[in-house]
Design a protein around this ligand. Structure first.
Ligand SMILES: [Zn+2]
Length: 79
């Protein structure tokens, strides 16, 4: 797992990922695997991301968690 910075502003997102395996039924049927938590932050001009996993990021404020979950629901409903 990527080491997340502690001194930078991090945003969190819940996302589905396709594994790319042609035989994978999960990806064939739907959005892929997940949702998984990802962290995004900027280092200078570069946007960096880190995989967190199935469990919500420890130390993230509840409001941040709620916002990411609301965004995921919007994606699921809107598609
Ligand atoms: Zn897959």
């Amino acid at each position: 797992m990527t080491k997340l910075p502690t001194d930078l502003h991090i945003t969190y997102q819940l996302q589905f990922r396709k594994c790319g395996k042609p035989s994978c039924g999960t990806c064939k049927r739907g959005r892929g695997h997940g949702p998984y938590w990802y962290a995004y932050w900027r280092e200078g001009t570069k946007l960096r991301s880190g995989y967190i996993g199935k469990t919500q990021p420890a130390g993230a404020p509840p409001s941040v968690i709620a916002r990411a979950e609301a965004r995921l629901v919007a994606v699921l409903v809107g598609a």
